[in-house]
Design a protein around this ligand. Structure first.
Ligand code: SF4
Length: 318
């Protein structure tokens, strides 16, 4: 039976690592997390991936390349759909196809553990139990999932409290009291992009260095459900989280500007950000900037854009 399971520090790990780590550790596996995203990770992923893919998926392949020869098995979840209120909401197509893409790109891979998270077919618990069944890990899987689920709940609370999911990887949150120049910039983007400084080029730090405080919001399940109940709700559930976060930031009226961060070639993000942008500018009259990241984005250019935006907010506030 495989003993070391590899988990890529990318994409869904920024939501589910606490659950995954607890589940496999409870089953007696050694959990190996890939290294933080570096220039090499991105370059490797870019070499392997078809060019039309988004930056986070390219980086995911870079993480697979980095970890695959160090483990006996690799976790490749297929995140398909989940029920919220009365409807089904889907993962983005690129994320759903992640296991197929990975198998197509690499000639040799360790054993793949592929939970198919499709609420229309099975509960999440059944999906995880099925995924480990063939590896002889069923004994205790029910109890392991129960503990993992509890750990995921605690982790979500901590993420909301700290405004960051990085505690899952052992980091402490940046000091939220610094800097306080009176300027607050709401930031909306997928956690796997915003909080992976190898991909986002440290965009949150750049807001701080420009003299403003980045303000993030992680919605509760009830807030996401409210978004899902709207007639105009989008069908992708990670996007519901972004819409709920933006709504909260805009409606509290406690931000001076809004920064939308997305990946170039992200189809779902293009729709979400356009909706948020319209609401921010036309309804709430909040200045908004959108940053699209890809492997060609330069750090100096990004810094200049953020700095100019914060300068503009400062002038507007005088
Ligand atoms: S939602 Fe966008 S950024 Fe995320 S995996 Fe899908 S295409 Fe890539």
């Amino acid at each position: 039976m495989p003993r070391r399971i590899g988990i890529c520090r990318a994409l869904h790990a920024y939501h589910h690592y606490a659950l995954w780590h607890t589940f496999f550790a409870e089953l007696g596996w050694d959990v190996v997390l890939s290294s933080p995203t570096g220039r090499n990770t991105v370059e490797q992923g870019v070499r392997l991936a078809p060019s039309e893919l988004c930056l986070p998926v390219k980086a995911f392949l870079g993480h697979v390349a980095e970890i695959k020869d160090r483990v006996d098995a690799l976790l490749l979840p297929r995140v398909v759909c989940t029920r919220i209120a009365r409807d089904w909401f889907f993962g983005c197509p690129k994320a759903i196809a992640l296991p197929d893409l990975t198998r197509a790109v690499f000639d040799a891979l360790p054993v793949i553990v592929e939970p198919i998270l499709d609420g229309q077919l099975k509960t999440d618990e059944e999906s995880y139990r099925n995924a480990v069944k063939n590896m002889g890990s069923t004994a205790g899987a029910r109890r392991a999932y129960k503990r993992a689920s509890a750990a995921a709940g605690r982790s979500a609370l901590r993420t909301r409290r700290e405004g960051s999911p990085l505690h899952m990887f052992g980091y402490t949150a940046a000091d939220p009291t610094l800097p306080d120049a009176g300027l607050r910039v709401g930031v909306v983007g997928h956690p796997y992009l915003l909080f992976d400084s190898g991909l986002s080029l440290g965009v949150l730090d750049k807001v701080r260095q420009s003299g403003a405080r980045p303000v993030l919001f992680f919605p509760t399940a009830a807030e996401v459900e409210r978004e899902a109940r709207l007639e105009t709700a989008l069908n992708w559930y990670y996007e519901l989280e972004l819409l709920a976060a933006a709504r909260r930031l805009l409606e509290t009226g406690k931000i001076d500007g809004l920064l939308l961060v997305a990946s170039f070639a992200c189809g779902t993000g293009a729709v979400t950000n356009e909706l948020i942008h319209r609401s921010a500018v036309h309804t709430h009259h909040i200045p908004t900037i959108q940053v699209l990241l890809d492997e060609h984005t330069g750090e100096a250019g990004l810094h200049t854009r953020i700095e100019s935006f914060v300068d503009l907010l400062r002038l507007r506030k005088r």
